[in-house]
Design a protein around this ligand. Structure first.
Ligand SMILES: OC[C@@H]1[C@@H](O)[C@H](O)[C@@H](O)c2[nH]c(CCc3ccccc3)c[n+]21
Length: 490
């Protein structure tokens, strides 16, 4: 059974759902807004050519989406506040007390600084986000507020300039100054919204931002510039930014503050335990260790430890690896590589090499991996966990019922085996703008009609409601495993 207070909900991101109704709802001031319409990216196929301003329209029709959540058994939603909407212009001029330069160990945002930030802030955006969060609360939904979800204000990041190798100050998370500006933003959000927030997350998937930005530079994420040193700097700066934002929020709020991290389970094709441990350490633990134990690779930083009250774990599928001759790039060296035909690397709409079904996105259905990763993460950090993203791109909703039951069962089983899981947030409640893939990928429990902005619940959404109401996934186990024999969770 799921605990009485278990959070059943969904996650969303501002850039992926807000725009779509009126012209004035469009936020022109982010790196992603510019990136997805950059001609080079569209012509080369790096991005879909779809534009976010034709999307869900949540900025205007948030009440419908919140009511849909309530109607289908949800008691929580995760959304983020777009930094660029609150501060469309730079905040460098606001002075705060900063200790350290190479290593920023403390940032003091005084009340004076908050009032000055209030002068710069877009008051309509502040008020509008307050209406959105208040509407969630009024309908009995818990508010899980994330601050940064992939997008950065254009005054922080010029993705095309970086992509072209041009010299610019606006290098996003690679620039140390971004740590200070993010701490100001975090303090301001806590100051203006704390009465409407139940839990904070500082950022979504810092590891993905760095990996897709500076290593996997052919997957359409800004700035798609292969540079291992920039990869490392962006990771380290995001870890420091999290720690300073954690302190800034805690100076104002008593609510829990965590981070949302993209995790996978790393399985060797030939039972090579050593490379599984190496991959898990590098990909799942190395970033989070920085803000949990203060371990920055081989250095200890007291100002970075104990900066997590909970962990948001985003899990979609596994990663199968095999040993290789060590590959050294910059500060990182790998003795493993990813094997095609499993996990994220399958043929869309087909089957994995283990004959497990694969989504429209080419991701293998592997709920066993969620059970494993929840147990690994809890064993390693002993922190409360929320499954903050889990879902499948499946326009026809023919795989999602199996995916949903399998992963909710994995979550329920983890709880029964002693893991402190406080919630499950599906990705996502409605179809939305899928970054470099635009509207092609449909992750919604409900289908989005992008013409009418109506949401049509898919069959899976009724399954979600029954599980949320009965507080167990076991009512569906018998019906939703055998045809595909997807999982053996024991
Ligand atoms: O791709 C589905 C979702 C995105 O829509 C979310 O914004 C993002 O938080 C998120 N992360 C992941 C797993 C890592 C990943 C990110 C982007 C592309 C491919 C894999 C999947 N998703």
């Amino acid at each position: 059974m799921f605990p009485e207070k278990f959070l059943f909900g969904a996650s969303m991101a501002g850039f992926q759902v807000e725009m779509g109704c009126e012209k004035e709802d469009v936020d022109l001031n982010t790196d992603w807004f510019v990136w997805v319409r950059e001609p080079e990216n569209i012509i080369t196929g790096a991005v879909s050519g779809h534009l976010p301003e034709y999307g869900v329209g949540y900025w205007r029709n948030y009440a419908n989406l919140h009511q849909l959540a309530v109607d289908f058994g949800m008691n929580a939603l995760r959304i983020n506040i777009e930094w660029s909407r609150i501060f469309p212009k730079e905040t460098f001029s606001i002075s705060v007390q900063v200790k350290g330069d190479e290593q920023i160990t403390e940032i003091g945002v005084t009340h004076e600084a908050l009032k000055e930030l209030d002068e710069l802030a877009d008051k309509n955006a502040v008020d509008h986000y307050r209406s959105i969060l208040k509407d969630m609360k009024d309908r009995g939904l818990k508010v899980i507020l994330n601050l940064s979800h992939f997008t950065l204000p254009l005054w922080i990041h010029d993705p095309v300039a970086v992509h072209r190798g041009k010299s610019t100050e606006r290098t996003g998370w690679v620039n140390k100054k971004t740590v200070i500006e993010f701490a100001k933003f975090a303090a301001y959000i806590a100051w203006k919204f704390d009465d409407l927030v139940d839990m904070y997350s500082t950022m979504n998937e810092p590891n993905v931002v760095s990996q897709m930005g500076y290593i996997m530079s052919r997957f359409g994420f800004p700035p798609s510039y292969f540079d291992p040193q920039m990869y490392m700097n962006s990771l380290l700066n995001q870890a420091e930014a999290h720690a300073r934002a954690y302190d800034a929020i805690k100076a104002i709020s008593k609510k829990p503050v965590g981070i949302i991290y993209s995790a996978s389970v790393y399985e060797s094709i030939d039972n090579d335990r050593e490379i599984e441990e190496n991959a898990t350490q590098l990909m799942n633990y190395s970033f989070l260790d920085m803000i949990h134990s203060g371990k920055i690779f081989f250095q200890q930083r007291e100002d970075m430890k104990n900066k997590l009250d909970f962990l948001g774990v985003n899990y979609y599928t596994r990663t199968v690896i095999k040993r290789t001759e060590s590959i050294n790039f910059g500060p990182v060296s790998l003795d493993w590589t990813i094997v095609e035909g499993f996990g994220y690397n399958c043929q869309a709409g087909g089957y994995s090499r283990d004959m497990k079904p694969v989504s429209d996105f080419g991701w293998e259905i592997y709920p066993e991996g969620l059970l494993k990763v929840l147990k690994q993460m809890y064993e390693h950090y002993k922190l409360p966990i929320i499954v903050s993203e889990n879902g499948i791109a499946d326009f026809r909703d023919c795989l999602r019922p199996y995916y949903l039951v399998g992963h909710l069962y994995a979550t329920e089983k983890a709880i029964e085996e002693g893991v402190d899981v406080a919630g499950y947030l599906h990705w996502s409640i409605v179809d939305n703008y899928e970054w470099a893939r635009g509207y092609h990928m449909r992750f919604g429990l409900a289908e989005t009609d992008y013409n009418t902005k109506k949401f049509i619940p898919r069959p899976s959404m009724y399954i979600f409601r029954e599980i949320a109401k009965s507080h167990t996934s076991k009512i569906f186990l018998h019906y939703l495993n055998s045809p595909y024999d997807i999982w053996r969770l024991g």
